[in-house]
Design a protein around this ligand. Structure first.
Ligand code: GTP
Ligand code: MG
Length: 273
């Protein structure tokens, strides 16, 4: 089913939109919404049962926006309930907890659940996604760093924000940019606005950075077989240097990946005759 566009598009007129929250249980979806709408934080975990619904009004440029927010439960138990609510959505707040790797790894499955519910004719291209890397106040438990999250989001053309519902950091900025992007989308005939970085790095660069991050040793980092010759190492290095050099590549994490590649090459060449 095609995600339908709100009917009234004339600048200055009021607009009605639907946004939903998505992400694993306990990542902080309800708290992010509460922090923005009610300016408060509740530390006790009160799991959302099925869906929580709320309406709020916001002003974006010269338009008054009536926002219908559907806050979804993340628990798999509520799969059937959630499936009723994906259609006709203009914006998704997609949340993970920076201290829970599982919740980050689950983001693809959340997109898949939405896509499946929208069916073969559903179009996710005309929906604005704001990825929230939440609970950044818990710095010592953090296991998904900013560049990893940003790389995932921006390589899909999604907005990315570091947030804390507890301290409020990043929350207003996230909602303001999110609503602005939705209004832009509505005024652009349903095309997702270009985020700066969505077009500024390639899939190959993003995939290479991810591959290097998950490499287990220097051979793996350069993408050569253990025992490779100096020539093979140098050739692989040159290819990666062209792809990831900070002057050429602006993908999140590219600087670190480039350093890792330089160090891996140095370490390998020391031991190859
Ligand atoms: P479901 O409704 O079950 O899908 O969970 P949810 O994603 O809505 O999580 P919720 O907002 O209820 O928050 C879960 C727990 O995390 C609660 O105990 C919150 O107090 C806590 N929490 C949420 N956001 C933050 C945050 O930014 N920092 C910290 N430290 N805790 C947070
Ligand atoms: Mg909730």
């Amino acid at each position: 089913m095609e995600a339908s566009m709100p009917k009234r598009k004339e600048p200055g007129k009021s607009l009605r939109i639907k946004v939903i929250s998505m992400g694993n249980a306990e990542v902080g979806k309800s708290c992010i919404i509460k922090r923005y709408c009610e300016k408060r934080f509740v530390s006790k975990y009160l799991a959302t049962i099925g869906i929580d619904y709320g309406v709020t009004k916001v002003q974006v440029r010269d338009r008054e926006i009536k926002v219908n927010i559907f806050d979804m439960a993340g628990d798999p138990f509520f799969y059937e309930v959630r499936n009723e609510f994906y259609k006709d959505t203009q914006g998704v707040i997609l949340v993970y907890d920076v201290g829970q790797k599982d919740s980050f790894d689950a983001l693809d499955a959340w997109l898949a659940e939405m896509k499946q519910d929208l069916g073969p004719h559903g179009n996710m291209e005309n929906i604005v996604f704001a990825v929230c890397a939440n609970k950044i106040d818990c710095a010592k438990h953090r296991c998904v760093d900013e560049s990893e999250g940003r790389l995932w989001a921006e390589s899909k053309g999604f907005l990315y924000f570091e947030t804390s519902a507890q301290t409020g950091e990043g929350i207003n900025e996230m909602f303001q940019t999110f609503y602005l992007s939705i209004v832009d989308l509505c005024e652009n005939g349903g095309k997702r606005p270009n985020t700066n970085s969505s077009a500024s790095f390639t899939k190959e660069q993003a995939d290479t950075i991810r591959r290097i991050r998950s490499s287990k040793d220097s051979w793996d980092m350069l993408g050569v077989k253990p025992g490779a010759s100096r020539d093979e190492v140098n050739k692989a290095y040159r290819k990666l240097a062209v792809l990831l050099h900070p002057d050429k590549c602006v993908a999140p994490g590219s600087e670190d990946a480039f350093k890792v590649v330089v160090n891996a090459r140095t370490a390998l060449l020391k031991n190859i005759k």
